[in-house]
Design a protein around this ligand. Sequence first.
Ligand SMILES: Nc1ncnc2c1ncn2[C@@H]1O[C@H](COP(=O)(O)OP(=O)(O)O)[C@@H](O)[C@H]1O
Ligand code: SF4
Ligand SMILES: [Mg+2]
Length: 323
Amino acid sequence: MLQIDHLSASYKTIDGDVHVVQDANFTIYDNEIFGIAGESGCGKSTLLKALYDIIEFPLQVDSGRVVLSGEKGGKSFTYQTGQIRKSWWNNISYVPQAAMSVLNPITKLKSQFLDSIPEEDKKRETPQQTLQRVQQYLGALNLSPEVLEAYPFQLSGGMRQRVIIALATFMSPNVVLADEPTTALDVVVQRGILMLLMRLQKQLKNTMVLVSHDLGVHYQVTDRIGIMYSGKMMEIGKTTELFANPRHPYTQMLIGALPRVGDKSQRVGIPGSPPPLKNPPPGCRFAPRCPKATPLCSAQVPEFREISPGHFAACHLLNGEGK
Ligand SMILES: Nc1ncnc2c1ncn2[C@@H]1O[C@H](COP(=O)(O)OP(=O)(O)O)[C@@H](O)[C@H]1O
Ligand code: SF4
Ligand SMILES: [Mg+2]
């Protein structure tokens, strides 16, 4: 389980701070695929980095924290921001955007698997035994053990992504974070990768956090979605509920802009563009583009609250204010 507790993060730049995550406050549970959606540049990848605890300059956590907790092998564990890296691979793993960069281009994939094994496990078995386990695991994911003798550049994009997912799930981590895992791939390969992620989540009964700008991907695979806009979590709910009955004006516009089968009418995009994160508008960050905005919206940041059981939103109208 990941508890995101009033987390704010920004990038320090010579022109000032870029406020990329604003007061994120929500929980991602065990045994679910949680999607993070939103237009490009809204802070999805940054939020994921904070969840994985790769807080490296210029990124900085300004306030709040992330708490990773759960149980593995009969032992319970809790790590928070600043400690989460101790649990990398074993309790939490990460498939970054442009994941090719996680693979060392001049090392065979075999070594990359062996490097991911914690020291304690290495003491328990010989490298040969570990390699055998890796081969079995790859086989179970329909990947030929031959890939272990390959260098990353020798594999196709889809195959490489499968290997990275195998690497990220080999230790059966409680949480897997995947950032745009299908974005660079063609539709058929995309589908295969999504099926693989779904299958692994069902097997491991763990938590999968899937970042994608593509709502179609979320519709296919996620149990719940969080919609981000300009660094702020705007709405969280069950995927089916969010698509059938989006409550936040931003989500309503996003869903309304999706093409529908057989519908030839022109879909309207969302007019305007997201605000600069360096100098975000006061109050609700969506106010400059929101057709329902009232004067309160530009004066006060709407609180992120539960508006119906399990459904959360940050909007004055939904919180019974601003009418
Ligand atoms: N290293 C950096 N320094 C300064 N600003 C950054 C840096 N990386 C990202 N940003 C800013 O953070 C914003 C959010 O980026 P990102 O989290 O990658 O969004 P998303 O994944 O939703 O596309 C971007 O608009 C970008 O301007
Ligand atoms: S708080 Fe106001 S501006 Fe923001 S989404 Fe709600 S109605 Fe629109
Ligand atoms: Mg991104």
